[in-house]
Design a protein around this ligand. Structure first.
Ligand code: BGC
Length: 371
């Protein structure tokens, strides 16, 4: 009996280890089954740990049983995560997809099981199985990045502009780039800026509104895949390929904080680069330190507590049999998805204290300990 008990215990442990693959396996509260499942792309980028923290706090406060799982950059793990949440009995799935189109199969399985699907931050494309979308204004993120470069450009014309973008599998990467290009392009067209690292962007430099295919061509050259190492080696390759005439005082469109720090390190190491202005987004702690040290110029703060709160409010409505409040729609190629959109804030060395510390989002100790 004792032996059977311990075998049973080992089995239960083994199954729970397997089920928690790529996850923190966090249960916000116990109960008969999980009501809300959250699937986030990866633990390896600080951005998503911010979201995890907000969800765990808010869902516990709301009294829901919930579980947060991470896909660790794999669509296959993402699908397994969704399946295990379906088995746990979730009624609402909040999912930030690893790959916009590959995630279709996972959410279709959820939909077939009667689960309401909320896309979180990244839209899942090419499927009907998306009920709602909670997002930041991603085009506005790109506009803010581009406008910052314009407002902080060196004097004169012919200023080298290095363009970088996110992963082509992420719909947001296109929205960020679209926003940035919309404001940068007139300055490229009139010769104030000279694109330093993309022949595809040069070929399209007289066009302000790009088609999806045109953006794809540029992204094909300047994508970082949201990966720090890819970002760094791409930046190094661009610097090696260019001579001093494309260096000096330069502008760099970097899509987010992790890639910004990596690209900034590469530019700082080049003796022919005398100064650079570089963008970011996510207000990651490490980037606040880079900003304080003058190594990154700005970030775009996306308040994950607002986004998580919007998702929890939506889940609450769904569980109460009500229709969640939305304020816009996003087309995912198949359907117009009712969406709730949140504004973003530019953060620099001048305002990070008031925006991030005084608001209670971070403590100064959080920032200092990330140094
Ligand atoms: C998010 C960004 C994030 C990036 C990389 C995007 O979809 O909107 O905040 O930096 O993915 O994870």
């Amino acid at each position: 009996m004792k032996k059977f008990g311990s075998i049973l215990l080992s089995l239960v442990l083994a199954v729970s280890v397997l089920a928690g693959c790529g996850s923190t396996g966090q249960k916000a509260s116990s109960g008969s089954g999980t009501q809300v499942g959250i699937v986030l792309p990866t633990k390896d980028e600080p951005r998503w740990l911010q979201d995890q923290k907000q969800f765990e706090t808010l869902l516990t406060e709301a009294g829901f049983t919930s579980e947060v799982l991470f896909s660790q950059g794999s669509s296959a793990t993402e699908k397994t995560n969704v399946e295990s949440l379906i088995t746990s009995g979730i009624k609402v799935l909040v999912i930030c997809a690893q790959d916009a189109s590959a995630a279709g199969a996972a959410v279709e399985a959820a939909k077939d099981a009667g689960v309401t699907v909320i896309c979180y931050d990244r839209l899942i494309t090419g499927t009907d199985a998306v009920d709602y979308y909670v997002t930041f204004d991603s085009v506005a993120v790109g506009v803010a990045q581009g406008q910052y470069l314009i407002d902080n450009k060196p004097e004169g014309s012919g200023i080298p502009l290095y363009l970088y973008a996110g992963a082509a599998t992420d719909n947001n990467a296109f929205l960020f780039f679209e926003g940035a290009w919309s404001v940068l392009q007139p300055y490229i067209a009139d010769g104030t800026f000279v694109i330093a690292n993309s022949s595809e962007a040069v070929a399209l430099q007289d066009k302000n509104e790009l088609t999806y295919d045109e953006k794809s061509k540029i992204l094909g050259q300047v994508t970082t895949d949201w990966d720090f190492n890819t970002a760094k080696s791409k930046a190094e390759a661009h610097l090696t390929a260019n001579d001093a005439s494309m260096k000096g005082d330069v502008l760099i469109l970097a899509p987010n904080d992790g890639t910004s720090r990596a690209i900034a390190d590469a530019f700082a190491a080049d003796a022919d680069v005398s100064s650079y202005v570089i963008t970011g987004q996510d207000a990651e702690l490490a980037s606040i330190n880079y900003i304080q040290a003058g190594k990154q110029s700005m970030t775009v703060f996306k308040n994950t507590s607002t986004l998580a709160a919007d998702s929890v409010a939506m889940a609450k409505s769904v569980l109460n049999g009500e229709t969640p409040k939305t304020d816009t729609t996003y087309n995912n190629g198949n359907v117009d998805v009712p969406s709730k959109q949140t504004d973003v804030t530019v953060v620099t060395a001048d305002n990070y204290k008031s925006v991030l510390v005084d608001s209670g989002y971070y403590t100064q100790a959080d920032i200092d300990s990330a140094q």
